[in-house]
Design a protein around this ligand. Structure first.
Ligand code: SF4
Length: 156
C-alpha cells in the first residue's frame, strides 16, 4: 500500500504552536487509499502544545533554529530528531508537509537574515528532500488545489 508521511497538524491532531490544526478536507479520502504516517518534529523534541514559536535564522554558523521569546537554540534537537526519524521510517512513497513551517515547509519557510528574510526549507523538509531524493514532496496547498488522485498519479 502507498505509504505517505504527513505533518500531523494537517487535519490529524492540533499540534501547531498555537494549539490549532489545519483543516484538511482531503484527509479522509487519502486515508482510505494510502497508509498515513503522521509526524510532528516540534512536538517530538518536547516543545509541547501550545508552544512559543521558533524561527530559522541565517548566521555565520549556518541556519539556526531559534525560539525568540526564550533565546533557546534548538538546532541540534530538531536536526538530530529529524535525521533519526527519516533514517528509520522505512519505505516512503510521498511526503505531505505543512507549508511555511520552520520544520515542515519546503521552499516556503522564512529564513531570517538580519532585518530581512529569504524563502527556504524547514529542517525536517530539507532533510527529507536530501535523504529521499526523487520521492514526491507536496504541501497542503497542493492537496487543496489538486486533490488525492493527482497526488497518487504523481507517485506512480
Ligand atoms: S508544521 Fe510540522 S512541526 Fe509544525 S505543527 Fe505541523 S507537523 Fe508539527
Amino acid at each position: 500500500m502507498t505509504r505517505i508521511v504527513i505533518s500531523r497538524c494537517l487535519g490529524i491532531e492540533a499540534t501547531r504552536y498555537n494549539g490549532k490544526m489545519i483543516e484538511a478536507p482531503w484527509l479522509k479520502e487519502l486515508a482510505a487509499k494510502a497508509q498515513l504516517v503522521p509526524v510532528c518534529p516540534e512536538f517530538e523534541i518536547g516543545l509541547g502544545v501550545p508552544r512559543k514559536p521558533i524561527n530559522l535564522v541565517k548566521t555565520d554558523d549556518g541556519i539556526r533554529v531559534i525560539q525568540d521569546e526564550t533565546g533557546l537554540d534548538l538546532s541540534e534537537e530538531l536536526v538530530s530528531y529529524s535525521q533519526g526519524y527519516l533514517r528509520f521510517v522505512g519505505d516512503v512513497d510521498a511526503f505531505i508537509l505543512k507549508s511555511k513551517s520552520p520544520s515542515c515547509g519546503l521552499g516556503s519557510t522564512k529564513i531570517h537574515v538580519n532585518e530581512d528574510y529569504v524563502l527556504g526549507s524547514g529542517i525536517f523538509a530539507d532533510l527529507a528532500s536530501k535523504l529521499f531524493p526523487g520521492v514526491v514532496i507536496v504541501d497542503e496547498q497542493y492537496m487543496a488545489e489538486n486533490g488525492v488522485d493527482a497526488l497518487l498519479e504523481l507517485i506512480d
